[in-house]
Design a protein around this ligand. Structure first.
Ligand SMILES: [Ca+2]
Length: 193
């Protein structure tokens, strides 16, 4: 056998190995394609200390998850387990009732109108009331000027989203499925009863 032929056989062998690696797992390949094509929604959770606490405002950076169900599970200290495909707009205070007080969901912000897209779940330490209100004078990392709808929870019936940081500029009081001139403008938020 000539050296040339050996090299050719080696090439064929290498090609066969390469092909087998590329197509080793068609399921994996499909998963990668699906992931690339899917809308890259993320579902984040951030804690807000009450205005009456010694350290009011946002506490820490948001933690994000691939599904709304995973975000709510984390937000509620692993007490509220939703179906993986749970529609976030169906969330109610009743569903959240078993969460501990220091993991109270006070609101959910959405990047899409009509309560769609990526979500940011805000966690407080108890319902809004006479002695409990919340505010975020700026949005957490990645959430400035992207909110297009919002739902309030936990008795936080007054929930204005402001155009500027430190509660400046225009504002819109939500729950709201569209934000009009405030669409993709929110840079600070308040919650009170
Ligand atoms: Ca803004």
């Amino acid at each position: 056998m000539t050296k040339k032929l050996l090299n050719a056989q080696r090439l064929v062998l290498l090609a066969a190995i390469s092909v087998s690696l590329v197509f080793a797992s068609p399921a994996q390949a499909n998963a990668l394609v699906l992931r690339a094509e899917a809308t890259p929604e993320i579902h984040c959770v951030v804690e807000v200390n009450s205005d009456q606490s010694s350290t009011p405002e946002i506490a820490g950076v948001p933690t994000c998850y691939p599904t709304f169900a995973a975000a709510i599970y984390a937000a509620t200290a692993e007490t509220v387990l939703l179906a993986e495909d749970f529609s976030s707009k169906e969330l109610t205070d009743e569903i959240l009732a078993n969460a501990p007080e220091d993991h109270t969901v006070i609101g959910v912000s959405y990047t899409g109108s009509g309560y769609t897209g990526s979500t940011l779940t805000w966690i407080g330490h108890g319902n809004c009331g006479w002695f409990t209100s919340y505010s975020a004078s700026s949005m957490p990392s990645g959430w400035d000027n992207v909110v297009s709808s919002a739902i309030e929870y936990a008795g936080c019936a007054t929930n204005p989203y402001y155009e500027n940081t430190d509660f400046g500029g225009s504002n819109i009081d939500c729950t709201c499925s569209i934000m009009g001139v405030m669409d993709n403008q929110a840079s600070s938020v308040k919650w009170s009863s």
